[in-house]
Design a protein around this ligand. Sequence first.
Ligand SMILES: NC(=O)c1ccc[n+]([C@@H]2O[C@H](COP(=O)([O-])OP(=O)(O)OC[C@H]3O[C@@H](n4cnc5c(N)ncnc54)[C@H](O)[C@@H]3O)[C@@H](O)[C@H]2O)c1
Length: 314
Amino acid sequence: MNSMIVVSGGAGFIGSHLCERLLKEGNRVICIDNFVTGRKENVQHLLQDEKFSLVEQDITKPFSLDEKVEQVYNMASPASPVDFAKIPLEILAVNSVGTRNMLDLASLNKARFLESSTSEVYGEPLEHPQKETYWGNVNSIGERSCYDEGKRFSEALVMAYAREKELETRIVRIFNTFGPRMRKDDGRAIPNFVSQALEGKPLTVYGKGKQTRSFCFVSDQVDGQIKLMNSGYGLPVNVGNPVEITILELAEKVIELVESKSKIDFKPLPKDDPTRRMPDISLAKKEIGWQPKVKWEDGLKQTIDWFKKPFFPG
Ligand SMILES: NC(=O)c1ccc[n+]([C@@H]2O[C@H](COP(=O)([O-])OP(=O)(O)OC[C@H]3O[C@@H](n4cnc5c(N)ncnc54)[C@H](O)[C@@H]3O)[C@@H](O)[C@H]2O)c1
């Protein structure tokens, strides 16, 4: 491939792996980011590649690019629970005005567009595992609603552009993804547990730790997104790992792999924290020929190794 590809949010956790992979496949990549939750360090190593450029820009503000682009990956949005509490208005803005600006960029260029949606559109699911046909059970006024409803609005915008402007669009519903370059302090289970275990502090488990999650390693996630972008499928597709584990199981595995003496500290369950979350990935298998390859324990080892590196910024 030798396409010109825009990745908004490309200096974030998933976006930076996506930029890396697209460059490796021979594409030119323009990364747009305002570093609200991302870091320049995540793409520092790509800056010497002449096929890569970094534009510092808030996508909720008007902007234009001189280059003709062929694909647009819209990865810009804070995604962690600590951000939901700190910057809800920015989250609502990026998933509405920001998504619209990126859709306009794609429209102008007649480029293909991929939206990074989320399993959070299913809310506290009443169906398990979650299929793309499930409409969700979301609290529209809860503490997570800026994100859940923001993403649902983004999906609606994308479908309106597809129907009204005949834009070629893709929607990936990302389930919990992990790996190197996650922020240590982003409030998600894996970075929390790994940094607590490395520091010998107790691991914070909410409730009894019986709530389940399924964790997809970032290389598999990016692989699914690229396959979806290049497929002919225009409706939402779940991309995540269907292996369901409890949070307590995860905490115990982290303690084992870090060889830490940390204990587990049980705290009250936060509001609207989903109790079960697991993707049904039959559609991804059928439509894009994707399923995860990396076992969560192997991905966890790679993530722990990365968190051990001294240059890791908090
Ligand atoms: N990591 C996950 O498990 C997960 C799960 C579901 C969905 N997602 C989605 O995947 C995408 C990437 O998530 P991530 O985990 O890499 O998060 P991240 O916070 O690491 O990356 C998001 C990036 O978007 C940038 N950004 C945010 N607002 C912006 C704006 N207004 N203008 C320009 N750039 C902006 C941030 O600076 C950051 O670099 C997000 O859309 C997120 O909602 C992630």
